[in-house]
Ligand binder design. Structure first.
Ligand SMILES: Nc1ncnc2c1ncn2[C@@H]1O[C@H](COP(=O)(O)OP(=O)(O)OP(=O)(O)O)[C@@H](O)[C@H]1O
Ligand SMILES: [Mg+2]
Length: 379
């Protein structure tokens, strides 16, 4: 008895109405160490399959009563009926028989008269193939589960994003508006005025983070397309600096700008928020009594904006990484600022700049960092 068959000792169900064929198959298979179960009709074969859970079935096609094709279909319909290869034994070697065998759920077919060696080789091959395809099926099922989980996560993320837009953006904007209403009240005490200004700064910071998050998610889905419009960079830079003035003053940081005149065509919202994120970072890391400068120049078809501070700068090994999501340096530089963000500001900037077919990078100013944005000016 060969070792390999002994080790596995697979069970083979032989279904044939002809006694001589059954014994021939039994002798050949038992000689190879297989366990053999015999059935003399289609009906008996289906019952034996249910009872014995064989590893392989040899099924005669032409039998009185239930023929091999029907028996095969019945077996395949049983619970666990797809767990074994089924090989048809047939005297008819033609395409129709082959097609019917496959349609019924058969794995292969062997033409009679069957030679014992051929029978053994075909069964071994069928068992091997079956094992491999079972493994593949398992891998496939695993992959399908993982894909379904990912899809579920993606849908949850989309729901969360919808929540962020509708339920967070509006109240944050209304906080800012209400603080502005308070500030119009001339009788407000100095302390309350300071508090209202602080509410405005923080509401704006929150709004900026919410919009960053939204645009990052849009870019992930390939939906962050810039909507170009002509604008005056001088006015835009002044507006950004005015908005961040309170934050800068509370850090004792001076804001300066030099802007080359002339209009540009970019997405006004994405461009303004890119610069606002960079200036806000610069203010956060600039030491007291230093300046943050915004320089806007043109070179050929491009515009270049440089935002420089005299803070701790960015370590060389982090100069690419800081643009990745959720990357934050140590919190030392944040002291005194309104509650810090989540490391999404620069990620948004890079996506917004790339959506304009531009480039963003950081240089070393020893001391400090210079964040540089270069884009086609679109005119
Ligand atoms: N001008 C700067 N000087 C020194 N470090 C900086 C500067 N700008 C950014 N960084 C570093 O890069 C990190 C990532 O910046 P990014 O703007 O993406 O996130 P954040 O400011 O921490 O949070 P968010 O912008 O989401 O509110 C910061 O945490 C900080 O460590
Ligand atoms: Mg930031």
């Amino acid at each position: 008895m060969p070792e390999q068959a002994e080790a596995t000792r697979a069970t083979i169900l032989v279904v044939d109405d002809n006694e001589a064929n059954r014994s021939l198959a039994r002798n050949a298979l038992e000689d190879e160490g297989y366990r053999v179960v015999l059935a003399a009709s289609g009906e008996e074969g289906v019952a034996a399959f249910e009872r014995e859970h064989p590893d392989c079935v040899l099924l005669d096609v032409r039998m009185p009563g239930m023929d091999g094709f029907t028996a095969c279909e019945r077996i395949r319909a049983l619970p666990g009926g797809d767990r074994a290869p089924i090989l048809f034994l047939t005297a008819l070697r033609d395409v129709d028989t082959f097609d019917r065998a496959l349609r019924a759920g058969g794995s292969d077919f062997i033409t009679k008269p069957v030679r014992p060696t051929e029978l053994i080789v075909r069964i071994q091959t069928a068992l091997q193939l079956w094992r491999v395809s079972a493994e593949l099926r398992q891998h496939y099922d695993l992959l399908r589960h993982q894909r379904d989980d990912l899809l579920r996560l993606q849908l949850q993320k989309e729901r969360l994003m919808a929540f962020v837009v509708h339920d967070l953006k509006n109240p944050v904007n209304s906080m800012d508006l209400n603080a502005q209403v308070l500030l119009r009240d001339k009788t407000l005490s100095e302390g309350s005025r300071g508090a209202a200004m602080q509410v405005r700064t923080e509401a704006r910071q929150l709004a900026r983070m919410i919009l960053n998050l939204l645009d990052i998610s849009k870019a992930d889905e390939g939906k962050l397309a810039p909507r170009h419009a002509e604008l005056d960079p001088q006015a835009m830079v002044s507006e950004i600096l005015a908005e961040l003035d309170v934050a800068a003053k509370s850090r004792k940081v001076t804001l300066r700008s030099t802007v080359e005149p002339g209009s540009v065509r970019v997405d006004p919202d994405l461009f303004r928020r890119t610069l606002a994120n960079l200036v806000e970072n610069a203010i956060r890391y600039a030491p007291a009594e230093t300046a943050v400068t915004v320089t806007f120049t043109r070179a050929g078809g491009d515009i270049e904006v440089r935002i420089a501070d005299a803070g701790r700068g960015i370590l060389p090994e982090l100069r690419e990484k800081v643009f990745d999501p959720f990357v934050q340096g140590d919190a030392a530089g944040d002291a005194g600022m309104a509650p810090g963000g989540r490391g999404l500001g620069l990620t948004f900037c890079r996506l917004a700049v790339e959506a304009h077919a531009g480039r963003i990078w950081v240089e070393d100013a020893s001391p400090g960092a210079v964040f540089c944005v270069r884009l086609p000016h679109g005119l």
